[in-house]
Design a protein around this ligand. Sequence first.
Ligand code: AMP
Ligand code: MG
Length: 391
Amino acid sequence: MNQFEKIQQLIGSLSPVLPTEKVQLEDAYNRVLQENVVADLDMPPFNKSAMDGYACRLEDIANELEILEVINAGKIASVKIGKNQCVKIMTGAAVPPECDCVFMVEDTEELSENKVRCTNPKTKKNICYLGEDYKKGDVLLKKGKLINVPQMAVLAGAGYAEVLVSKRPKVTVIATGSELVSPSETPKPGQIRNSNSSQVITQLRKMNLEIVAELMLVDDYKLLTESFNKALELNDFVVFTGGASVGDFDFIPEILKEQGFQIYWDHTGIKPGNPMTFSEKDGKFVFGLSGNPVSSFVQFELIAKPVIYKLLGANYAPLRIKAPMNFTYQRKKANRLAIIPVVIDENGAISEIPFHGSAHINALSYANALLEVPLGVSCIHTDELAYVRPL
Ligand code: AMP
Ligand code: MG
């Protein structure tokens, strides 16, 4: 088993630890559902007209029909519909029990004020039947589901005005590096703007974590240790960028060891982004991501994100599809899983974009997917199928 597979196995073995809470339905978007959602009614709850038109008995469809009344959505017929009779009915209204057909306004000839005829003898029935979408007692959403837009509608339809979800985890992001200046500054010689914080914080926000603080610190062991300890008190997660490797000023692994953290892994087997730690102590979790922006992006998407979702109890399965190559990819060393920013074009083929490696964050802004080049594979030819992950 290679390192990335080992990490995936370890992620699979993590148990959800983060607490749950009840929230109002309107606050449930982008949370992890922590209860099964069960239908309290059949859906639709009555035979519903799918069209604006006329409801009648199908056996009378060829005949002149007498219009008895008009039924709006929300109303029930007040009369019995007999032979050669009908009601004018609106979409969403309850179809009277004697009727088994609704013909559309578009298929209608109005003969007089209260007489109508269907001009399409092959009309569909145009009825949404009681319980055809789901039945009372059906499990509509399972615990662990990430609540996206359609799930909001399902929750509302099932009467979940309050929803049991995972609490939003708290996180502090610490960008480390004595060369870093903030985006508002002009770097002096040897300095570089801190682009990781904006990137990682946005990745965390998209997952709906609460950003408690955002720090940018020089590579000073004592300062980093003090700030780290403070962050641990207030957060469920701490995310470092930079200083995760083996350079003289890469203090993160050392600090974690000194603080007694259990290190789950210290490298990923991925290129770019090999040095990365994930560690835990007393229910607090720490990611040490690379300093190079593409590396930290990839580490977050492929590893940190599944870890966080697992700890939240979410069933997270990112889309990974096979698509044909529009170019030949070649590399010398095939000792790691390579992740390459690419574009999936309108024909579904994988196209190349300029990419110079782990610092070339600009490349990602043109990409719409990440190509996977498996460990041991040094060449993928044009027209061969390869795995891509849409971004
Ligand atoms: P490190 O992981 O600390 O060895 O940093 C690797 C490379 O990433 C170096 O070239 C750093 O200057 C760069 N780097 C580190 N942190 C950041 C950051 N927050 N934003 C942009 N580049 C960074
Ligand atoms: Mg550094």
